[in-house]
Design a binder for this molecule. Structure first.
Ligand code: CA
Ligand code: CA
Length: 233
């Protein structure tokens, strides 16, 4: 149902927004509630999945603030801005509210990075263009080739506690780079580990052709590895 909701479930209209936040469950369910006004005010819509066209919810170019859990990416254009010149805005969060900067208040599509199941499950998202724009190839298992994104990946996000190794050749061959997560957001006992790479660090753009779980690479990006090796950042 395409319903524009004006009052949060369980919150009586006269209650302050802060009380509604207290009532919200603190768990690891990924969601984003987007508001047309700053500070969680105005019309709002609760999202749990990909939204290629926010106009279907009457939220195109109108999101000013949000509350949520996960790494949600808001794009200037529809369909995740296949034109990579558009901006993107993202706020990794666990049960947190934020305002979007002015430049981010023209969002037309929305999607998350990470597993569709557990918030902090080991997972990778590979994107066709810089800044997480365009098509994606994603998963939680080894991939000997990247399908449509073969020699096309320009940015990536890794979530969870496993390292992943990215190769310049199909079938886990060629030059390899190992990527660990390097940042964490927490709230109570809920944890979200991630690394956001807007370019490919030591590998040339559009060079990734396969990916394997674990740190099997010659070069390392992200958090300090257990066995020190050459580092890229
Ligand atoms: Ca827009
Ligand atoms: Ca590319």
């Amino acid at each position: 149902m395409k319903t524009l909701t004006y009052a949060f479930w369980g919150c009586i209209a006269i209650l302050a927004a802060s009380l509604c936040k207290v009532m919200a469950r603190l768990d690891d369910t990924r969601y984003i509630t987007a508001y047309t006004g700053l500070n969680s005010t105005g019309a709002h819509y609760h999202f749990t999945g990909y939204v290629p066209d926010l106009s279907e919810m009457q939220m195109n170019d109108s999101i000013s603030s949000a509350c949520g859990t996960g790494i949600w990416i808001l794009y200037d254009g529809m369909n995740y801005s296949s034109n990579p010149t558009g901006y993107f805005c993202s706020t990794p969060a666990v049960s947190k509210c934020w305002n979007y900067k002015d430049v981010c208040q023209k969002g037309s599509s929305l999607r998350y990075a990470g597993s569709p199941y557990g918030l902090n499950d080991d997972y990778y998202n590979l994107y066709e263009d810089n800044d997480f724009h365009g098509k994606e190839f994603k998963g939680n298992t080894n991939a000997a080739d990247l399908g449509d994104l073969d020699q096309a990946v320009s940015s990536l996000i890794v979530i969870g506690q496993s390292a992943w190794t990215f190769y310049s050749g199909q079938d886990f061959t060629g030059v390899s780079v190992c990527v660990y997560t390097n940042a964490t957001v927490t709230n109570a006992d809920i944890e979200l580990d991630f690394i956001i790479l807007m370019d490919m660090l030591g590998l040339p753009d559009n060079s990734i052709r396969s990916v394997a779980r674990g740190c099997l690479g010659e070069l390392v990006a992200g958090a300090e590895p257990a066995v020190p090796g050459p580092r890229l950042n």
